[in-house]
Design a protein around this ligand. Structure first.
Ligand code: BGC
Length: 373
């Protein structure tokens, strides 16, 4: 049974900047009343009165969702996590009353120009609401202007725009919001999974430090920035000394993760004690490289990811991954759909709608697997 795991956290802070490489990532980064256009009057002509009555019904939250059109933009269909997300999003929208034929999901193919074109087409098509996972979070300003100018409400997902952009939505009282989790929490959980092993179990080479490599997602994405920074910070906060041997950008991709970790293992060999990957896809690639190099997770090296992909959870059960962090695509997709529905019905949303990550280790992995399957 698929369940929504977590509640809503409200927060409005987020700015990030980043330096690639070891020594690494630095980051510092209403429910108003419904529309009040209820101008039905006795002297209105019958057709006008009917229109007004419909407007009143919509304002009261009775809009017939089956007739409403939703445009969804996903940054790239081949992304494992976003595939789980969009599948759940579509199913949930249909369960809430939208017609499947009125939900169009576009693949941005990791190209902002392609996605911008798709957004323009959705606007021309007169969609009632847009749900956008931007290719580049830094394009959010331009996207917002286009969509707001067209009078269409907008729900951003997964790739969070910066604090200035979010502030504009609040300042202008626009129907624009972001739904996602705070990536600092996921990084912290990754670090804690390793720190909880204790230095004696981690320090295979006996130098007193946690020698690690970091495989990052897209550096433009705040999830990558924060996971990189906060995983290491959690080790330091636990009083451990850290040593970054290598820090590479794997763009969330399994094949790249595999290649980069294979290279690192060739260069640094047995000195690598921990492999941090910003997501599970890259961790699955890393695992192949670790096994090809004759290393054994849990015995002479540790490996953590984020997302809780089924395959990664099975690896945690088998002991071939040390742990992962559940990136709750149920909660995020449902909250995004709920926010879209509120807009379609003439209501408003908080500008930031959050959710919690869940740490996954051998002790709770079966529970998480039962939930996501
Ligand atoms: C996920 C990654 C995914 C990325 C896409 C992250 O939150 O952890 O797996 O590739 O979002 O933007």
């Amino acid at each position: 049974m698929k369940k929504k795991l977590v509640g809503v956290i409200l927060s409005l802070t987020m700015v990030a900047s980043m330096l690639a490489g070891c020594g690494g990532a630095a980051a510092d980064t209403a429910a108003d009343t419904a529309a009040t256009d209820t101008a039905a009057t006795e002297e209105a002509a019958p057709a006008e009165a009917a229109d007004a009555a419909e407007a009143t019904a919509e304002a009261a939250g009775d809009a017939d969702l089956a007739d409403k059109k939703v445009g969804v933009c996903i940054y790239q269909f081949s992304d494992n996590f976003m595939t789980l997300f969009r599948t759940e999003l579509e199913n949930y929208l249909v369960a809430q009353g939208f017609s499947k034929d009125n939900i169009t999901i576009a693949d941005g193919a990791n190209d902002q120009a392609t996605q911008t074109n798709q957004i323009q087409n959705f606007i021309a098509d007169g969609v009632d609401v847009l749900i956008i996972n931007p290719v580049n979070s830094s394009s959010a300003n331009t996207i917002t202007d286009m969509v707001v100018d067209a009078g269409i409400p907008l729900v951003y997902i997964n790739r969070e725009p910066d604090a200035d952009e979010e502030q504009r939505w609040a300042d202008n009282n626009w129907n624009v919001c972001y739904v996602g989790c705070d990536a600092r929490q996921s990084g912290t959980m990754q670090g804690q999974i390793i720190a909880d092993l204790g230095i004696d179990k981690i320090d295979f080479n006996g130098n007193g430090k946690v020698d690690y490599i970091m495989i990052e997602g897209d550096p433009e994405n705040v999830d990558a920035q924060y996971r990189t920074e906060f995983s290491v910070k959690a080790l330091e906060d636990a009083g451990l000394e850290v040593n970054c041997l290598d820090d590479q950008v794997g763009m969330w991709d399994q094949a790249k993760g595999n290649e980069l970790v294979a290279n690192s293992l060739a260069s640094y060999g047995d000195d690598i004690e921990v492999v941090f990957c910003n997501n599970d896809a890259m961790a699955l690639g890393a695992l192949q490289a670790i096994q090809s190099a004759g290393r054994t997770v849990g015995t002479d090296i540790y490996l953590v990811g984020v997302d809780a992909l089924t395959e990664a959870l099975e690896d945690v059960i088998a002991g071939t991954m040390t742990g992962t962090v559940f990136n709750d695509h149920f909660s995020q997709s449902h909250s995004a759909a709920d926010a879209a529905i509120a807009y379609v019905k003439g209501g408003t949303n908080e500008h930031y709608i959050g959710c919690d990550y869940v740490k996954v280790t051998a002790s709770n992995v079966q529970e998480i697997l039962d939930m996501v399957k």
